[in-house]
Ligand binder design. Structure first.
Ligand code: KG4
Ligand code: ZN
Length: 343
């Protein structure tokens, strides 16, 4: 079964074709970074309009790359939420219409299920069960995964998502949007010993996260130190480093706890923040010490992309799932409300 996947939930347009036997045949991502950069963040209306411009050309591109004509597609998967509603509507309308025109089934994919299953596009793919840390711009969640659609939420952020905290601190430090990667680059020049920032909620039991206090602490440190500093560039790098260390450490502590509590020895990391090198290194060390191992998607599949949607859609379509013509996208959509796939 060959599935076309379409992703338009935020500021990246993605398209890909996944074949159940041959694997991923083609994928392409168009990033709207340049469009939103001058506003310092994503402008939803501009995002929707750009998806309108880019989605069909991108689909044509991946069909061409895979050497396929329309009749060779057996199903269409599109991101139906969570995300920006206007942006979701573009991919949903295009995906659902193409499936109707091609007389093939369509399936509405949950964006976070896409992220969660993305490491399965790599070799070796993690086997079930595993624990997943989903860290993106909108979500920070720990999930116990026993199969496709079998998700038990272990913990999540009570306020800001990890990526959102990266983006906000980056903005305060005067870094360009998108902030996460820029902050990580700046942090490489920072002195890890200059500041020690708090590791929120690690001193009490549970698997929830909170990053808003750390954000305030970071802001206060910067304001307290700035007036007396002769080298504000170095100060900013040192603050970025302390912030990154605190976020990474907090995520690692909670991952270790989740692995111990569930007894799973496989940990999957996905979502934009899983592209963070420091996080990947620390998680690898932690999992090796726990006698297990960690799995990640390649960097382009950590951030938003069509391949993860094609793959998640293939998993559901081959099990017979499909959506009616009238299905509406959902800006909010709890991951653990998805139906399980298979027996
Ligand atoms: O998964 P994603 O592309 O979009 C959402 O579904 O939200 O994640 C984007 C988030 C942004 O907050 C971005 O700053 C963050 O991932 N991010 C990073 C890095 N690369 C992307 N954060 C920290 N370090 C990175 N290297
Ligand atoms: Zn995402």
């Amino acid at each position: 079964m060959r599935v076309l996947g379409i992703e338009t939930s935020c500021d990246e347009t993605g398209a890909a074709i996944y074949d159940g036997e041959a694997g991923l045949l083609a994928h392409a991502v168009y990033s709207q970074v340049a469009l939103h950069a001058e506003y310092g963040g994503v402008v939803p209306e501009l995002a929707s309009r750009d998806h309108v411009r880019k989605t069909l050309p991108l689909i044509r591109e991946v069909m061409g790359e895979a050497g396929l004509a329309a009749g060779a597609i057996d199903g269409v998967a599109y991101t139906a939420g969570p995300g920006l509603i206007g942006a979701l509507l573009v991919g949903a309308a295009i995906g659902r219409s193409l499936a109707w025109a091609w007389r093939v089934p369509a399936v509405a994919v949950h964006h976070m299920e896409g992220h969660l299953l993305a490491p399965m596009l790599e070799a070796p793919a993690p086997e079930f069960p595993f624990v997943a840390l989903l860290v993106s711009g909108g979500h920070t969640q720990l999930v116990e995964v026993t199969g496709v659609g079998r998700y038990r939420l272990l913990g999540e952020s009570l306020d800001d998502a990890a990526g959102e905290a990266f983006d906000k601190i980056a903005k305060i430090l005067g870094l360009p949007y998108p902030g996460g990667p820029a902050l990580a680059r700046l942090a490489e020049r920072g002195d890890p010993k200059r500041f020690e920032f708090p590791r929120p909620m690690t001193d009490r039991p549970g698997l929830d996260f909170s990053f808003s206090g750390l954000k305030t602490f970071t802001l206060n440190t910067l304001h307290a130190e700035l007036p007396g500093t002769g080298n504000s560039d170095q100060l900013k790098a040192d603050v970025a480093r302390a912030f990154e260390e605190a976020v990474v450490d907090t995520l690692v502590v909670k991952c270790r706890r989740a692995v111990r509590e569930t007894g799973c020895r496989r940990l999957v990391l996905s979502g934009g923040v899983a592209a963070n090198r420091c996080l990947r290194e620390r998680v690898d060390l932690m999992m090796a010490a726990e006698g297990g191992r960690s799995y990640y998607p390649r960097l382009v599949f950590c951030t938003d992309n069509g391949a993860m949607i094609a793959y998640a859609g293939w998993q559901r379509l081959r099990a017979g799932e499909q959506v009616a013509l009238g299905f509406s996208p959902r800006a909010r959509w709890p991951l653990d409300s998805l139906p399980p796939v298979g027996a």
